[in-house]
Design a protein around this ligand. Structure first.
Ligand code: FES
Ligand code: FES
Length: 151
């Protein structure tokens, strides 16, 4: 089936099969590998994207469900030629090790700060509870979120 969706502000079309995930379509059809494929079961958050402004796991959304809707991936968060403030904060605090979780955490953090620019620690924990990182121990991720919130 054919779908037409707005991805990072640009209208895109593709032929997808009915059972295909949005994550697969983003990576394999639309050339956007930023959203990572780690578990494909909605457990890790590494595939987090915004669908009509709502944070979703792209592995749990059918590509067909994005037809006629608006998708923002980590690639769409860049600010012109520069990084998004959340991306800068992750770099500055050293919150990236293997980096596999980072795109999802950046999207989830940007979504959090958009709706709540000054979150408490509990609100940060709650907002990022769907994003797993097996490298950092989370402290530097917290530091990055706090830095981005203050920037
Ligand atoms: S790959 Fe989607 S939640 Fe893990
Ligand atoms: S930096 Fe490796 S999983 Fe988070």
């Amino acid at each position: 089936m054919k779908i037409a969706t707005t991805i990072n502000g640009e209208r895109k079309e593709a032929d997808v099969w009915e059972g295909e995930s949005l994550l697969f379509a983003l990576r394999e059809r639309f050339g956007l590998p930023g959203s990572k494929n780690a578990c494909e079961q909605g457990e890790c958050g590494s595939c987090s994207v915004l669908l009509d402004g709502e944070l979703v796991c792209a592995c749990l959304v059918l590509a067909a469900q994005a037809d006629g809707h608006d998708v923002v991936t980590v690639e769409g968060l860049v600010d012109g030629d520069g990084l998004h403030p959340v991306q800068d904060a992750f770099v500055e605090t050293g919150a990236v090790q293997c980096g596999f979780c980072t795109p999802g955490l950046v999207v989830a953090t940007a979504a959090l700060l958009e709706r709540n620019p000054d979150p408490t620690d509990d609100e940060i924990r709650e907002a990022l509870s769907g994003n797993l990182c097996r490298c950092t121990g989370y402290q530097k991720i917290f530091d990055a979120v706090r830095l981005a919130a203050g920037s």
